[in-house]
Design a protein around this ligand. Structure first.
Ligand code: ADP
Ligand code: MG
Length: 333
């Protein structure tokens, strides 16, 4: 498998005065080149914190306490992201990997036209082509996200709808032609039709540009069509990972099953929808054994006592659950 990024055994803690919150625990995740990887999980499951390690912009006071992030590991220009110096990091951000933050539309400057904001960012990153000549590139990016570039370039943010601004932000992420773009909840707070439209645009950009995408969402339903690979997170742990076929059609983890049946979407029958019982655990008082066990319908004794390992079902499917792992109760795959 050709992985553009490898997250190896990453743990991230927010270290506060009296306590330390482990928001990500020993996550190992490949990001396959040219594909769309969705990271799904309820709010607070550690999605944003995890991908922040890829860009080394974890919000304070968070820090990576173990593990490694490797970019283009197989090439001779491979990068160990966590040890990059300042100059290397600034080139790597945007140029190699860019991120569209959650609710990032609000970071658009209300006093500047969209075209000027694009140019300012490009200039900051070393582009010295004059504005008038660079406009062609900006127009192309805006057309990619199906915006009327002649209008939008000269617009102020308040002149655009929410869906248009979100598309502007996606175009922004493509500005320096990165190899990887991370989109954090790109359609949350938009209406369903606009969500669908934006996911179609993302799929098209992925196909045409071959750009690798990492898509974060709490809504597993929206990724069924958009993703090639799906990673399911719960309380900072990776619970299940695999190709979209394996995770949707052949999923094994009771949490993944719960998420799929709790989410209204085109793939679930609304009459069979059911919320996952119980609550997301407090990261300061995590349950023993498997962190999901208090909410799990399939829980047995071992789950209360022993932390499950990641179990390889096949080369396209991994699950962290005692039902499928070693031991007397294991289900043979
Ligand atoms: P998600 O993106 O899945 O909603 P986050 O990565 O934002 O989850 O957060 C995971 C957990 O990390 C949160 O539940 C919270 O406890 C903790 N956390 C996130 N940001 C901070 C911060 N700046 N300071 C302290 N704790 C934080
Ligand atoms: Mg988040």
């Amino acid at each position: 498998m050709d992985n553009v990024i490898e997250l190896n055994n990453i743990s991230i803690e927010y270290k506060m005065k009296d306590v330390s919150i482990r928001a990500v625990d020993k996550v190992t995740l490949p990001i396959v080149r040219g594909k769309v990887t969705a990271i799904v999980g309820e709010s607070g499951s550690g999605k944003t914190t995890l991908v922040s390690s890829i860009l080394r912009n974890i919000s304070s006071p968070g820090e990576v306490v173990e593990g490694e992030v490797i970019f283009n590991g197989k090439s001779k220009n491979g990068v160990r992201v966590l040890t990059l110096d300042k100059a290397g990091l600034s080139e790597y951000r945007w140029g190699s990997v860019s991120m569209v933050f959650q609710a990032s539309q609000s970071t658009l400057n209300p006093l500047m036209k969209i075209g000027e904001q694009f140019y300012e960012t490009a200039y900051y990153h070393g582009v010295r082509t004059p504005y008038k000549q660079y406009l062609g590139h900006i127009a192309e990016l805006l057309e990619y996200v199906k915006l009327d570039s002649s209008r939008v370039i000269d617009s102020y943010p308040h002149e655009l709808s929410g869906g248009m601004k979100q598309r502007v932000m996606i175009a922004f992420g493509l500005l320096l032609e990165p190899e990887v773009i991370i989109l954090d909840e790109p359609t949350t707070a938009l209406d369903v039709i606009t969500q669908y439209y934006i996911f179609n645009i993302l799929a098209e950009i992925n196909r045409e540009k071959g750009i690798t995408m990492i898509l974060l969402t709490h809504d597993i339903g929206v990724v069924a069509k958009a993703a090639d690979y799906v990673a399911v997170m719960y309380a900072g742990r990776l619970m299940e990972y695999g190709s979209v076929f394996e995770v949707f059609d052949e999923h094994l983890h009771p949490y993944t099953d719960g998420l799929i049946h709790a989410t209204p979407s085109l793939i679930t029958d609304i009459n069979k929808m059911q919320a996952i019982g119980g609550e997301v655990p407090n990261l300061l008082q995590l349950p023993s054994g498997c962190v999901f066990h208090p909410r799990c319908k399939a829980c047995f004794n071992k789950c209360r006592e022993v932390v499950p390992n990641m179990y390889e079902v096949n080369s396209e499917h991994f699950v962290r659950c005692h039902k499928y792992g070693e031991g007397e109760n294991a289900v043979k795959s």
